[in-house]
Design a protein around this ligand. Sequence first.
Ligand code: AMP
Ligand code: GLY
Length: 458
Amino acid sequence: MEQIIMYPDADNSKEPVDWKMVQGQHITALVRNILVLGSGGREHALAWKLAQGDGAKVFIAPGNAGTAEVGTNVNIKVNDFEGIKRFCLEQEIGLVVVGPEQPLVDGIVDFFKGDAQLQKVRIVGPDRRGARLEGSKAFAKVFMEKNGIPTARCLAVTKDNIGDGLAFLATLKAPFVLKADGLAAGKGVLILDSMEEACRELEGMIHGKFGDASSTVVIEEFLKGIECSVFVLTDGQHYLLLPEAKDYKRIGDGDKGLNTGGMGAVSPVPFCTPEFLKKVEERIVKPTLKGLRAEDVDYKGFIFLGLMNVGGDPYVIEYNVRMGDPETEAVMTRIEGDFADMLYACADGTLDKVHFAKSDKTAVTVMLVSGGYPEAYEKGKAMSGMDQLKNCVAFHAGTAFNAEGQVVTAGGRVIAVTAQGSSIEEARAIAYRNVEHIRFEGENHRNDIGLDLMKLSL
Ligand code: AMP
Ligand code: GLY
């Protein structure tokens, strides 16, 4: 039987987690109160994995109907830093895990580090300076250039040098890539087939198409290849490569139609061979961490590398300073070991001491979305079939409880069904068998998650 000893004195939470085997009994020396910030499928997957950690008690703010199954939802918004502080102090939270990018870009880590009362609360995520890797694409490109990190050729343009932008476009071949510098809810990248369109959109972006986010536009050379997402967990000195994944961004089968937040994921990715991942480490991960240290950025958290594999060589398409969604829903199922231990170690700077392995299984995640998504869609639809699911995990992306306490849809992306198998084919078959059980009015999903990779791996 497991005996849990609580040490309410907050000072104890500063001690490293200490496991003891006493006469064959596993004694947890610390109850670990963990707060996950966010409300999507990524946060459900993070909370699900963290809740499996020894002694872990997980809270999610604000969470969704699914996170309520693995922890306790707390009605605080991710941008309410004072509310988060009060909750951390009241509940003796030992670790805060920040899911989405916005609070990081807005400086939640700086807020914690600068507050005398919050010194004992660990937080996983970069400070505002580290978060610029995602918060400003122009900054990220300069950073990559400075540190010799392979990426597409580019030019940053504002209203003051539109002429240079047009001249740079003339040096590129179609398609043309225009990126809003700032955060634009995943919508700030345009890929355009004609020069005429590219020139028109460049003017439109600079003059406010995405508000302030596009007052600076990065014009980029188009890279042709296959994309993948590689996830790094770093304490600033040491790092772990988490399982990689492939995301399916467009709404329709065959990668057709509008861009979405992500319609599915597969992990591992067959073309991410040990040789490819070695190149990623040597050419991208190490120079990135070295570059951050050179700028005195104390980066403790996730770095999500959006990569293009161009003929076997990795190029950075984008940095994100958080985990991906829906990649996390696949990745978390393949992490073996205590994820809470890993994140405590990340915050404490001791990632080199952590035991961590990746499951050999393949995980396939299929996202069920609301009718109309990624454009206008209705919420509040009743859901059925969740009790029929077998051999999978259904992470909730956009769900809530209605007044009667029933689970209803509450977002564009609704449920991320993740199944594992010994091959993509097997994992797909299990995932899709379960997807068929879940019903809500207007439900839509892609039918081809992982198909392209199966063809590749034949
Ligand atoms: P981002 O928000 O930077 O990830 O861009 C959104 C999507 O646009 C990426 O996932 C790629 O599919 C595509 N993309 C961005 N930059 C490039 C590029 N330089 N070459 C080709 N595709 C790109
Ligand atoms: N799945 C892509 C992202 O989280 O940005």
